[in-house]
Unconditional design. Structure first.
Length: 161
């Protein structure tokens, strides 16, 4: 194991979610590597959710939180909902004192609660709800594509002389 491996954030797939258990000190290099690995895993796995387990983080500044929030927004653009889990009371206090932007951040106290909340988010936002991104990449649902094709054919038939 190299020294760089000690500061790597492990990612695992569970219940169609990528779970990141962050137990290391955060810095720019760690956060950038995490972002790359997470987004690549979302692409290759097709996971529809991201859970950031921060229960092992005792200190976080506003810049680290902003970097995590940006990563969560990137995941959302890839069709995955994100939840922060296990924030320590001191970290929460510091983020509020530092005026960190927490608007729109989904959070739970425990990892178990995060899985339950993710299930509720999926029920509210079915996979096709973010289909604009899939449409751009041509990965649309077959039935949806057939419906559009049928509608286009019907429209074309009425326009014919």
């Amino acid at each position: 194991m190299t020294a760089g491996d000690d500061s790597r954030i492990p990612l695992q797939l569970s219940q169609q979610c990528v779970v990141a258990s962050i137990q290391v000190d955060l810095d720019d290099d760690v956060l950038m590597a995490f972002r790359r690995e997470l987004l690549e895993l979302l692409k290759t796995s097709g996971a529809r959710g991201v859970i950031l387990d921060l229960s092992g983080v005792n200190v976080m500044d506003a810049d680290d939180f902003r970097a995590l929030r940006d990563t969560m927004q990137m995941a959302r653009l890839m069709g995955a909902s994100s939840i922060v889990s296990g924030l320590q009371p001191g970290v929460v206090s510091a983020l509020i004192d530092l005026d960190a932007d927490i608007e729109g951040v989904e959070a739970t106290l425990t990892l178990d609660d995060a899985y339950k909340h993710m299930a509720a988010l999926r029920a509210e936002r079915p996979p096709s709800a973010g289909s604009w991104f899939s449409d751009v990449n041509g990965d649309t649902d077959t039935a949806e594509a057939e419906d559009r094709s049928d509608a286009d054919s019907a429209a074309g038939a009425t326009d014919a002389p």
